[in-house]
Design a protein around this ligand. Structure first.
Ligand code: CTP
Ligand code: MG
Length: 221
């Protein structure tokens, strides 16, 4: 079974608010992108990597992969305006022979090997997609634009979903082909009728959105 990873790093990082894209924010000594790249490259489960870089940042991205001696990086392409467009750009570089595609957010740098193993193990049971998720622990309310609570939403069946997300490559190709948009790949597969499973996620897969997230992840390293 050949497994290819698409590492999406093309976002602007507006909520982080730096001069450079989020993928090049400093996490310790290195750009943020270094950590997930190194981990995917070192994974026993991954055969090849397509890196989706911020437009105009392809060269520093390739240089970084070379510096880290990441031997599995097959290509680096510029991303699009939205995450889905970036995934589409990455998928176009994944060879037809790849059976499984794993899509991961560079903004979740601390990728544990056991999560990769978990999503891939479940995928082999025949699902159209497998995603890591954490049960929601806060009470959830639907709130109107005026701040008024409209409803308390029962949380028992609600999960906050993370990446890496795994799909049979033909399923993901079909799901992204029709130009639909979503905040994760699983939603595209669900919309095209696919059955997606949630497995245990990991707290360490926190997504860097704000400066506080970046500081927290740096302290965990
Ligand atoms: N992403 C991407 N291409 C885009 C938008 C997002 O590749 N056009 C990637 C980001 O690089 C990130 C992941 O998708 O790894 C999750 O996106 P998010 O956390 O929203 O990152 P940004 O879009 O960069 O941040 P912001 O929304 O604050 O601008
Ligand atoms: Mg975004």
């Amino acid at each position: 079974m050949s497994v290819w990873a698409i590492l999406v790093a093309a976002g602007r990082g507006e909520r982080l608010g730096l001069d450079q894209p989020k993928a090049f924010a400093k996490l310790g000594e290195d750009p943020l992108l270094a950590e997930p790249l190194r981990r995917l490259d070192a994974s026993d489960w991954i055969d090849g990597i397509v890196l989706v870089a911020p437009p105009g940042w392809e060269e520093p991205s390739i240089l970084l992969a070379e510096e880290l001696a990441c031997s599995k990086v097959h290509s680096c392409v510029p991303g699009g305006e939205t995450r889905t467009e970036s995934v589409r750009a990455g998928l176009a570089e994944v060879p037809a022979a790849a059976l499984v595609v794993l899509v991961h957010d560079a903004a979740r740098p601390l990728l544990p090997e056991e999560v990769i193993e978990r999503v891939l193990a479940s995928l082999s049971e025949g699902w159209d997609g497998v995603v890591p998720g954490l049960a929601v622990s806060d009470t959830l309310k639907r709130v109107g634009p005026d701040g008024a609570v409209q409803e308390t939403v029962p949380r028992d069946s609600l999960y906050a979903v993370q990446t890496p997300q795994a799909f049979p490559s033909d399923v993901l190709r079909r799901a992204v082909a029709d130009g639909a948009e979503a905040t994760d790949c699983a939603a595209l597969v669900e919309a095209s009728g696919g059955r997606v499973k949630v497995v245990d996620g990991d707290e360490r897969l926190l997504k860097v959105t704000t400066a506080a997230d970046l500081a927290k992840i740096a302290s965990w390293l």
